[in-house]
Unconditional design. Sequence first.
Length: 444
Amino acid sequence: MKPVIVASTDVKEAQKIIEIIPKDHKVAIIETSNRLKILLNVSAMVILDHSFYEQYGLEFFRSLLKNPHPPFLILTPIDDIQIIVDIMEIGMRFIPKVQDYQKLLRLTANSILDQIDEQEQQQERVSNLTQRVEELEKAASEERESLNSKASPETKPHEVKTSILDEIVFVFKRGEIELPTLPQISIKFQEMMDKDVNLKNIGDFLKQDVAISSTLISVSNSAYYRGITKCKNLSQAMSRLGLRTTKRYVDAICNRSLYATKNKKFVVFIEELWKHSLACAYACQILDDSLALDLDSDAFTMGLLHDIGKLFLFQIMGELQLKKKIGNQVEASEFLDTANMHHTKFGAALLKKWNFPGSFARIVSYHNNLEAADSISNELLVVHLGNLMAKSMGFSLDDIEAQEQEIALHDTESARRLGLDASMIDEFKVRMSEFMEESRGLFT
């Protein structure tokens, strides 16, 4: 954030003004017109005491404000109407120096700074999205060139795939695609955990959502978690599950709400993708708990989000087809191929937009391709194997993924690095089946 300029020839008055500026903003006190000219274009706003205005006069500020400038806020004497008239003429905001004027100054200055913060964040978001789109366009262009150099003129499938990607990038660049937002309850829960808020206060917060409360109670009474007595309320359920497991299920419930589309042709894709993502999440959780890996990020959430780019692409393609920008004659296999080929780029971009740690974007980028990663973390190994375990148990989207069911999981790079043999993996798959069976009807 750029600094706030306090322009005053009265040092004591300048110190009073500084006290109302939020602590996270830099402040520069200036006493001369030359310094104001120098610092003007690198400042967030200017708070001007009338002593400074009176010293340099109306014409100085009239000429200064002819060029682009940050917001000006001037403190005026309550008995000098002419100053107020003059500054209104040149477009400055003003606050009369009545008793306790600092309160009004604090509110006004904070409002201006909040608006500036929002504008800067918006500009940064637009800049980041533009950069990601340019990266996607470059990747699409390189892929097109590669396909054109290898394919014969009559190779139709590649032509269809490229046209789908081109259309996605085109509408993305034009701002016609609205990026999905992470459910607020999930964001707030994470913030409360980061602040070490106690279990009772978190429970009071979660009670606001009936679906979450009822699901957590059902989970706590499932075969895997239930105890001697039955949980009858959210507090009992959270006590039994613990904060970490509660967070996992809240993430699952919140993420489930994202798996929706208005295009009926894509409902099957999205429902199968949800089952695959949930199965992968359970697999990752089992691997983490069984191997005591002490991962930096929650394994369940990483597994849940590893294919988020596919969801985003299915929703985009479904919307484009409804808008007649993609023809109805396109085969389902072409949509699946497009999602399989490009979901990692889109998924990583989406997680960055949601402000997830960089480790999550790396998982999304390399969970299908360990060889492409410059370094391989335990988190990446867990999601790579969890993804394959889910597919091996039939939680896959199409015939291409179904072929991976035949892979000997204990021979994969991730299984070898994690020190797993066939019997251990078989045991994990049994536990996965139990979890998936228990979850039926919970996430609807």
